[in-house]
Design a protein around this ligand. Sequence first.
Ligand SMILES: [Zn+2]
Length: 346
Amino acid sequence: MTPERRAHVEGLHQQVPVIDCHNDSLQAVLFGDVRYNPLRHRPAVPRRLWQEGNSGHWDFPRARQAGQTGQVTNLLVPWVKDGPHVESILKSYRQLQVDLAAAPEMALLATTAAEIEQAHAEGKVAVILGIEGAEGIAGDLDLLHVYHHLGVRSVGLTWMYRNEVAEGNWEDTGAGLSPFGRQAVQEMNQLKMLVDVAHSTEQTFWDTLETSSSPVICSHTSCRALVKDFHSHAPSRYFSDEQLKALAEKGGVIGIFFTANRELDDDDADVHDLARFIAHAADVAGAEHVGLGSDLDGGFPPHGLEDIRGLPNLTGALIDAGFSDEELLGILGGNWLRVFRKVWGG
Ligand SMILES: [Zn+2]
């Protein structure tokens, strides 16, 4: 990167809190980087978010080096279908408390847009809590209230499986949102929590847009029109152009995940290939409805983005793709901040 380009990128990262709407780092540190263990002949070693790791993709020190502020991280990814999900959420929450307490100079828990802006001004990481899969509410709306009280501000309706609320990509019978799921979406609206349709089936997606009185987000997906290999995913894991448009019309934002190499079935894919996915989403939905949804510590990022420290390379690739500074400030964080403020309130 030339010195001029580096100054341009750093300037953009200073003007707006850079926000990524999805990673699995809290789960990855709790259980060890099973999939990203650099020493495959040795067991995965749990790490801590306040320590700069040499495995995995994201922690507080590396995020700060990347010039990143806001990070939605998940208390739950229901990799095991039968749980225990509630216990996993509480244990992850406890671990985050420990890691935040160990490094108050590096990071804070953010539950408002103002706290994200405060973190940006202080050069800290703003951790925003999400749940990926409403298995975590165990069919009980009271748990939504408890999680909101703990600071959770975004709930993904499904991971891959069917749960009490809706159907995920691996278990799609066309049923969409259940009657209880409609109640859950309305309760999230009341609580001013973000409703996240990543991993939802198409019917779940359309039912949710019809049910929610607030903008709906998709924290991490990509553009089906460009995917060459779906691997183990169903096509509905990636948004059709029609879905990209509909989510934008509902006032939402679409996070594009950093896995272009998988979608293109190309191990050599790099940040410029990823920039093409972001450009397609922006062409279809409008640049003001697109954001970052990395899936770091859960996905497989492309060359140039081996961990979060490569984020400036992606910003450079987006400049190369022809985005204006105004569009980039939105994609890098302004769009998420706008929808967070709208849904969470003042
Ligand atoms: Zn996911």
